[in-house]
Ligand binder design. Sequence first.
Ligand code: AMP
Length: 364
Amino acid sequence: MTARILQPGDTVGILGGGQLARMLALAAAELGLKVHVYAPPGDNPAFEVAAASTLGAYEDAEALARFARAVSVVTYEFENVPADTVAAIAPHCPVRPNGHALAITQDRLLEKRFLRDLGLPTAPFAAVDGSDDLGRAVETLGRPAILKTRRFGYDGKGQIVLRDGTDLVASGRDIGGPAILEGFVPFGREVSVVAARSLDGAFQAFDLCENRHRDGILDTTSVPATVAPDTAAEAIAMTRRIAEALDYVGVLAVEMFVVPGPDGAETLMVNEIAPRVHNSGHWTSDGAVTSQFAQQIRAVCGWPLGDTARFGTVLMQNLIGDDAAGWARHLATPGACLHLYGKAEARPGRKMGHVTTVTPFRAD
Ligand code: AMP
């Protein structure tokens, strides 16, 4: 097993070869580290910026062991890393964030139970393993309600809204496996906390992000979120409790609903935890002293966390599918910072890049 604290020149292993791994690799390079990316065949834009890459299956224990022996720590860009993949790596080098955090956050039911046990508010929920369960759960939670797959859901995929008249048998069949039913939260805003915890337990959060979605996919993030200061502080305190309970090392994002109450009161409900850098934290590359990518690299290397101070008011716009065709216009827009992920094909719904605009704080 290699040292707990990495040195410049050491190699960070990353599972997954998409845009998050690409931006992690670029941040690692800036800190004098090398990156080795491991990903199955597909469009892997991270390979283009990595010192080494391995094309392999997440089930290939031998290839994973070889990869793990070649690096000093392994991290990941997505939460659906199978438990057996972590088990194949763990004897050879540390996996950060740890396998327990991964197991909880890749299963919506385990995640909701974990949050409930911590005393954090969530939408009311029930486990659904078959059509009898679904009928009972709908009776308890009412309609509208949202039926979600327990695993492998992302960007609104693997979800069905059950309204009055929605056929439960067909919905259960369409969801096609173990699921969770959630009561519908009448939220006013969606926010997220992007934060990090270091190997020695220090915690740093970026300012609260406000997120708007289009067709179930993140469209824009603006910072600061338009919530009361107490609400923002509470969101960050909740995230810290989650990170500490998971003995977390690395960057995590916690998505929350802000529910308006009487007299301007705001209640927070946790929706989900992403055990990784997150799309709503992309603004940090241009808008904060330390980017979320550099923060993740610092944390998994056992290094101190960086300053999360923000330079100004920020708007991040995702470029989805054909949006990326407007790249030249963004290049010509004063103040716009364009990021393109180098993906081969602009399919509908595919994240191709993002543009961040920072309106700097005035110096006076
Ligand atoms: P998720 O995949 O859980 O992040 O859900 C995708 C989107 O669906 C969220 O960003 C919300 O806009 C919406 N959504 C998810 N769960 C609920 C809920 N329990 N009540 C209301 N809206 C929800």
